[in-house]
Write a protein that binds this ligand. Structure first.
Ligand code: NAD
Ligand code: UDP
Length: 332
């Protein structure tokens, strides 16, 4: 079965491509390389002994995307491609709406044209907004707290409408919690440019002494130790969830929204402790005021994934910190 992976050289996409190839799928990657590097293809080849077919194409290039469908009989799409920095989306909302929404509309129109109606979409726990209480359940009301979050919300709604208009679609919306970790080969992982916004890459740079200390945003939340609690999930577990979602979609017409999280929360200080253990390095930190837009606690109710996809996370925080560290420690 031939699968198009948009954003397939990115962080989660590259791990998913590895698993798809290892499970016998033929993979075609589309990525504009805006936030990833072409060398990822060699790394994928090293791990799987297969070089995936790759197109450097932007989803905004309707003709370019059409040509891929013309050349290949694509039977399903896993759609990762998108811009994902919450803070940046507040600064340049039009870029985010154009890239994420127009890009997805192009993809959907082309899929429809070529009769390809199986889609797995990368949504996010951000759609639960600020007002729901964890554990977060798929049926809770949605909200947007940033233009980035709004694009995820809108695409979810667009896909619902697409299914209502044509019941032959097979769509799974996966709401990810906080993906961290890296492939155990240490060949692929997350390596953001510049100063990271997310906790794990920031902690990793403090461990490497590239940054002096971690700013912990808030120590007065109503949580186990006052710091923010999140549902961290190993990227390999998360990728595996996509293979299960694809299996499900192939067998079932319909549209399903499914959380991919572990169902447990970990505080910032617990992450610091686990990373110190994994790296053998001291993580210096300073307590800072709360970051605007952060909730105290965010973790998944994970039973729908177990029931529908027979998927659950297998790796714990120590595994995640070990694999993050092993990947990042050798990178310049
Ligand atoms: P990433 O930036 O590593 O990967 C996204 C890839 O898409 C990049 O390689 C980028 O070059 C590509 N891309 C972006 N816009 C494109 C376009 N118009 N045309 C072609 N390629 C384009 O991000 P990731 O962490 O792997 O995230 C993948 C998806 O999962 C994104 O949609 C993101 O919003 C979603 N998500 C990520 C997280 C997270 O914390 N990483 C959490 C929830 C949801
Ligand atoms: N965080 C922090 N310092 C940082 C980055 C993040 O204390 O430099 C905290 C943040 O307030 C939140 C948790 O770490 O409680 C996870 O933040 P991240 O940005 O990684 O994910 P998100 O907030 O999007 O869930």
């Amino acid at each position: 079965m031939k699968i198009l992976v948009t954003g397939g050289t990115g962080y989660i996409g590259s791990h998913t491509v590895v698993q798809l190839i290892q499970q016998g799928y033929e993979v075609v990657i589309l990525d504009n390389l805006f936030n990833s590097k072409i060398e990822v293809l060699d790394k994928i080849q090293k791990i799987t002994r297969t070089k995936p077919i790759f197109y450097k194409v932007d989803l905004l290039d309707y003709e370019g995307v059409s040509q891929i469908f013309e050349k290949h009989k694509i039977e399903g799409v896993i759609h990762f491609a998108g811009l994902k920095a919450v803070g940046e989306s507040v600064q340049i909302p039009l870029t985010y709406y154009n890239n994420n929404i127009t890009g997805t509309l192009n993809l959907l129109r082309i899929m429809q044209e070529y009769g390809c109606k199986t889609l797995i979409f990368s949504s996010s726990a951000t759609v639960y907004g600020m007002n729901n209480k964890s554990p977060l359940v798929e049926t809770m009301p949605k909200d947007s707290t940033s233009p980035y979050g709004a694009t995820k919300n809108m695409i979810e709604d667009i896909l619902e409408d697409v299914y209502v208009a044509d019941n032959n679609w097979r769509i799974v919306l996966l709401r990810y919690f906080n993906p961290i970790g890296a492939h155990e080969s240490t060949l692929i992982g997350e390596n953001p440019n510049g100063i990271p916004n997310n906790l794990l890459p920031y902690v990793a740079l403090v461990a490497k002494k590239k940054l002096e200390y971690l700013n912990i945003f808030g120590d007065d939340y109503d949580t186990i130790d006052g710091t923010g609690v999140r549902d961290y999930i190993h990227v390999v577990d998360l990728s595996n969830g996509h293979i299960k979602a694809l299996d499900y979609a192939v067998k079932n017409k319909g549209i399903e929204t499914i959380n991919l999280g572990t169902g447990t929360g970990t505080s910032v200080l617990q992450i610091v402790e686990a990373f110190e253990k994994a790296s053998g390095r001291k993580i210096e930190y300073k307590m800072m005021p709360r970051r605007a837009g952060d909730v105290a606690t965010c973790y998944a109710e994970a039973s729908k994934a177990k029931k529908l996809l027979n998927w659950e996370a297998t790796k714990n925080i120590d595994d995640m910190c070990r694999d993050s560290w092993n990947f990042i420690k050798n990178i310049e």
